[in-house]
Design a protein around this ligand. Structure first.
Ligand SMILES: Nc1ncnc2c1ncn2[C@@H]1O[C@H](COP(=O)(O)OP(=O)(O)O)[C@@H](O)[C@H]1O
Ligand SMILES: [Mg+2]
Length: 317
């Protein structure tokens, strides 16, 4: 259970990542020496960008979920400028950084990571939560080599469809671009994109110009490098399908079409979720508060302006 804490309980340390409404900083609980990742959101920005509903969703979803591959909310607090979400600190860095360093992953490693992502979505969808922002920046690597999904900023509880345009260009499903209403299948689409990206080292619709990315996504033609894993290619082709009545993950067998695909042949799903399979890569982590797997960010010196109590939708948190 996430508890309410006070800021004075922490020593706030360096920035781990920056995002739309603020930044995530490493913090140490003075009393216990434990480390947490503090996601610090600027209230004024949330209001300006009309993202109150998304932030409320993020918070309430974080409070409900509990799964070995999802980041856990430990506690939260606020002042008149910021909201603070205290998350368990995942010290191995982003999959994004690892993938950029290593280029691409072999099929064995991709299978283990893709399997974990499939299980994350299976769990979230069972609670009618769609995630909507899968990308390597939001997947963190634990010291044991297993993934943890962070950033529930676009996650939403939905039965059926929703219409808000959100996500990241390279990972947007065609039905989001066409504003037809979207639901759980968008997450499966992003799984297809990330499997491609892990195996190829580049995403399937990459382009410097967002408009060209969108055109490629809508055209639905995917080019595979010659040495691309054959089973991976078959699975990706079953997932990156614009037609929702044909997209794997969204058919009558649900996630099982994905889990039983030959790309995952030999994977013991039970042992995977219990973290009993040794991961091929364990990030170098020297101590609990080691932040060397994250890039260095200059500290910000400007304070976000405080907002008036009467304008503050978060007061009763
Ligand atoms: N629990 C965590 N442990 C370590 N780093 C984290 C954690 N949560 C987020 N981060 C880092 O902060 C970055 C931004 O956090 P995120 O929640 O994705 O914010 P945004 O919604 O702004 O994208 C992440 O990409 C990651 O690098
Ligand atoms: Mg993010």
């Amino acid at each position: 259970m996430a508890k309410k804490f006070t800021l004075s309980e922490f020593d706030i340390m360096q920035t781990l990542g920056t995002g739309s409404f603020g930044r995530v900083k490493l913090a140490r609980v003075k009393a216990t020496g434990e480390f947490v990742a503090l996601k610090i959101l600027k209230k004024a920005e949330i209001l300006r960008l009309k993202q109150v509903d998304h932030v409320i969703s993020e918070f309430s979803i974080l409070r409900t979920i509990r799964h070995p591959f999802l980041v856990n909310l430990i506690g939260y607090t606020q002042d008149d400028r910021y909201l603070y979400l205290g998350l368990e600190y995942i010290s191995g860095g982003e999959l994004f950084t690892y993938l950029r360093n290593i280029g691409r992953l072999d099929s064995g490693h991709s299978k283990l990571f893709a399997g974990q992502i499939a299980l994350m979505f299976e769990y979230l969808h069972s609670m009618n939560i769609i995630y909507r922002d899968l990308k390597p920046e939001n997947l963190l690597i634990s010291p044991d080599g297993y993934l943890k999904l962070t950033d529930f900023g676009f996650a939403k509880v939905v039965e059926g469809r929703t219409y808000t345009l959100c996500g990241t260009p390279e990972y947007l499903a065609p039905e989001i671009l066409l504003n037809k209403g979207h639901g759980k299948p968008v997450d499966w689409w992003t799984l297809g994109v990330i499997i491609y990206e892990m195996l190829a080292g580049i995403d399937p619709f990459s382009d410097e110009d967002p408009m060209s990315i969108y055109q490629k996504i809508l055209k639905g033609k995917i080019k595979f490098p010659r040495n691309f894993d054959k089973n991976g290619k078959s699975l990706v082709k079953h997932i990156l399908v614009a037609d929702l009545t044909k997209r794997y993950g969204n058919l009558k067998n649900g996630v099982n079409d994905i889990k039983n695909h030959r790309f995952f042949a030999g994977l013991d799903w039970q042992r995977l979720v219990q973290k009993l399979i040794d991961m091929p890569y364990r990030p170098p982590v020297k101590s609990a508060g080691d932040a060397s797997n994250f890039p260095h960010y200059p500290d910000s010196t400007t304070l976000s302006p405080p907002i008036k109590h009467s304008d503050d939708p978060f007061l009763n948190w």
